[in-house]
Design a binder for this molecule. Sequence first.
Ligand code: ADP
Ligand code: ZN
Length: 615
Amino acid sequence: MPESMTPEAAGADPAEVLRRVFGHPGFRGLQAEVVRHVVAGGSGLVLMPTGGGKSLCYQVPALCRPGLAVVVSPLIALMEDQVAALRQQGVAAAALHSELPEEAGREVRRDLARGALKLLYVSPERLTLEATLARLEERPLALFAVDEAHCVSQWGHHFRPEYRGLAVLAERFPGVPRLALTATADPRTVEDIRAQLGLRDAPVFRGSFDRPNILIAAAPREQERAQLRAFIRRAADGSGAGIVYCATRARTEQTAQWLRAEGHDALAFHAGMDAAAKREAHRRFARGDAVVMAATVAFGMGIDRPDVRWVAHLDLPRSPESWYQEIGRAGRDGLPARALLLYGAGDIALARHRIAESPAPEEQKRIERQRLEAMVAIAEAATCRRRILLRCFGEEPGPEAPDPERCGRCDVCLNPPRLWDGTVAAQKLLSAVLRTGRRFGLGHVVDVLRGRHTDKVIQHGHDRLPTFGVGTELPDAGWRSVARQLVARGALDVAVEGHGELVPTEAARPILRGEAPVMLREDTLAAAPGRKAAKAATPGMAGDALFEALRAWRRQEAAAQGVPAYVIFQNDTLAEIAARRPRGLGELAQLPGIGRSKLDRYGEAVLRVVAAGGG
Ligand code: ADP
Ligand code: ZN
């Protein structure tokens, strides 16, 4: 069998492959179950959050089963990084896509024909070409893996028409296991994937969506840049990357420019850029050290970098699913990471108006409305934010949770907001809006409440209103907070197509009549909880001399090979090495993330760096 040309003989034990090839001591969560199922020839659908460890679910079976494993992936950058990482681990992997230079493409086809490949990454459009399918029919196949399988669903925001063609796999290769993988757990998308990929009778493996290493926080957007600056200062560790999600293309450019002025290596990314510019941005993000990307949600799939330390949103995401997928790009290496959401009343109103006016069918609008309101509830949470978020994924705290209502890893748990009775304040604000004729934005309404004789107040005679000056007990920011929370609970609307006029809704009536008490949250301006972690002292943390020396060695090695640094070793592996200071290859081999191939390639060099002690 030509397959014996690759080092991983078929029939190998999965746990042994995991240890020997990938250097991991054990499977995580559902991995073991999925791997057992696929190795035995079963098909299925895997739902795990970003960073949950989906890749190993097909990579290990690929090495345990005879034949070639074909992995469908929607993004070239993603394919290439995966292939680079696998080759580092001594696995015969290659990618086939439209941007491969002709000579390289010929070489891949040659390797394929002589059975020298174990894993082939391929774009859906390439795979579904008749020529490719015919070529694959001549080969023994281990499995098909369809990564980012939600691209098959028209319901999501990532629909890729080419994915629809994958239905052919079930027809042409009925005996080959098909494993679909996605981080989107929304029931409609799940049903779509099962229908499209012929997985109706196959099991669904649903992992926990909790990502406890990501500390989550949200705050009203008051001074965006000061808030972002403070957040980055807490979250960045000097080496890992960061992402700032912005609602518009213009905002990505402005934010990237500002970040550069702040001294960051910052780039912008949005769908309007041409393919080459996008690829270059992806490349710089994957290869760079502490890169910051200011991006629209177009920057998403294909971010494989495990050491993204933080993700910030400058605008309200449209659903908890999108938000979670975006912040899930942080901390894939399992080390502490942070997410911050900034939002304003205008975002909420704008998103509601967009849905109301969209030409979409009523059923879809209803779903979008539900998602948006769930997102608003998370932003305005007065109880554990993670709890509310996970409930959106149908996940309840397990019996082992120390306190089911407090995760201890979100801003609300760490720094519970004080609630205050805002009934009177809400009434004052609503009546100032009504008395000024629902024709003014918040700035003017606050001027009236605070009793300011501005030109506009005098011009309209608003200093003669009974509500003039009745609101001196709160500062401007306090009134903005009251207004935002009234918008969030649907008692106030903002005329986003007009000039931002405030308009009370039906839900304002019971408040004005004193029939609905209004409990409000006291906003803290702090962008995120927790003090900056002490650095420099802990072995294996940024600042530790040996850790830094190992990183410098890795940077050189990565540059010499033209691959991202993390495919050489991930930060957690370097941290372990720095903490344990192994003295020989035997000790080094025991550390997580060091498989046989990496031990052979880098063992001696790493031991030399350790012996030099980073001094
Ligand atoms: P996903 O594709 O689900 O977003 P990945 O497959 O990229 O996640 O895995 C996320 C990170 O977790 C990677 O850095 C990977 O090396 C690590 N990882 C996955 N499974 C294990 C395991 N069993 N032991 C140790 N690390 C793991
Ligand atoms: Zn919490």
